[in-house]
Design a binder for this molecule. Structure first.
Ligand SMILES: *Cc1c(COP(=O)(O)O)cnc(C)c1O
Length: 408
């Protein structure tokens, strides 16, 4: 039997769980489409101010229903996850406000929005952003959070669900439920905001179903289903979404304006496919972790563990092994398979970074992709996979190349 068949056999139980969650999420999405009576009309674009753009309005309402919130902003004018999250912070917070992150320092690309000196950071507006380090076991420091927020000093609690370039497990919805209920009991007015990137449709509940007030993410990750060409989403109650919409457009205009001449078909279609595509990416994640832990590498999640997001991390022993792995991912991609990635200095990152991305949508990480900072320990972060079959082919090729290399 081929090595890959053996690996696949070990995954069957987790795959079954993944299918079960995908079914729940597919129902959730389908019901939101039906409730909002989506039809061909809503695919059409508008121009100029975009007054009465029914596609824009319906798309937002479908997202709001899926995330169980009153309102949402879903827009191709949001350039990605960083922009969506930054809009939430800039829209809701005012000078003198304090934010407490309970998942350590936020994702690298947000640092400039919070502390940057190029103009427009929270710090420049007199907004304080404090970070509670995670405990050594990767859990949130609940005790410290309790003492800090009890006196009502903080306006917002900030939570990053996925791990970015940290070696920790993503936050599970059940842990969020517990954390958020403690936070709301101690400080009922605190706004709980979750960076939901890579977490959408991974479980049967979204953070806003377990007590979060605001979620934001990217449409070139899970909820775009690999079809949305760009964009971001934000879901929350009417009051918060209105404040944020004034940042996206202008105070007073909010979500009354905003056109997209190309239309919304791809956003609706991508969202409809998203539960299934996320399941494909989750299976890819499981397959990578089982394959590489069988070969003796450390992985996150651990082999056969149900993933908390669509990322799998593999720890290699040497830089050259890491680079070889990324090159195998690139060569297994449908686009630019002939390109050889090299480590390079990227703006916003401390170390050189190597990236493998052969995607239909530039930078799309719901498509199979991989990146790694060049520093010891040598960890690759693999994510996405539009189809399980593609991921299986890629795993097989990566394993063969790495094994071939070690045999030399
Ligand atoms: C990807 C990501 C972001 C930023 O999203 P972009 O679309 O790349 O701007 C923020 N937070 C986390 C945890 C992410 O994974």
């Amino acid at each position: 039997m081929m090595i890959i068949d053996t690996i696949e056999n070990e995954c069957i139980e987790v795959f079954r769980q993944i299918d079960r969650i995908a079914l729940i999420n597919q129902k959730k999405v389908l019901n939101a489409f039906r409730k909002n009576r989506i039809s061909e009309t809503h695919f059409h674009g508008t121009t100029g101010y975009g007054y009465g753009d029914s596609g824009r309005e319906k798309l937002s309402q479908v997202f709001a229903d899926i995330f169980h919130t009153e309102s949402a902003i879903v827009s191709p004018a949001i350039s990605g996850g960083t922009h969506a999250i930054s809009l939430c912070l800039q829209g809701v917070l005012r000078p003198g406000h304090k934010v407490l992150s309970i998942t350590g320092k936020p994702y690298d690309t947000l640092v400039s929005s919070i502390w940057g000196n190029r103009g427009g950071s929270l710090e420049e507006y007199g907004i304080t952003f404090e970070c509670l380090e995670l405990l050594s076991n990767g859990d949130c420091d609940i005790a410290k959070m309790e003492t800090l927020i009890a006196n009502g000093e903080y306006t917002m609690l900030y939570v990053q669900r996925s791990r970015g370039y940290d070696w920790r497990s993503p936050l599970k919805t059940e842990d969020m439920r517990q954390l958020f209920s403690i936070a709301k009991r101690l400080c009922p007015q605190i706004i709980i905001m979750v960076d939901n990137c890579y977490g959408e449709f991974v479980g049967d509940l979204e953070p806003t179903q377990v007590g979060a007030d605001l979620v934001a993410g990217s449409l070139i990750k899970n909820p775009g289903g690999g079809i949305a060409p760009t964009g971001g989403y934000i879901c929350g109650n009417n009051e918060l979404i209105e404040l944020i919409s004034y940042k996206l457009t202008a105070p007073g205009l909010g979500m009354e304006v905003g056109s997209y001449a190309y239309g919304y078909r791809e956003f609706f279609q991508g969202l409809f496919l998203a539960p299934h595509v996320t399941a494909q990416a989750l299976k890819a994640c499981v397959l990578f972790t089982v394959a590489f832990s069988n070969m003796g590498y450390m992985t996150l999640p651990k082999a056969k563990e149900y993933p908390g997001d669509i990322i799998s991390s593999i720890q290699f022993e040497t830089e050259s092994e890491l680079v070889e792995f990324c090159r195998s991912i690139q060569s297994a991609s449908p686009i630019d398979s002939f390109v050889i990635p090299y480590p390079w200095d990227m703006p916003g990152y401390e170390h050189k970074v190597i990236m493998a991305a052969g995607a239909f949508v530039q930078g799309s990480s719901i498509e199979l992709s991989c990146d790694a900072p060049i520093k010891s320990p040598y960890r690759a972060y693999v994510q996405g996979g539009l189809t399980y079959e593609h991921a299986r082919i890629a795993v097989e090729e990566c394993v063969t190349r790495i094994l071939g290399r070690s045999a030399k």
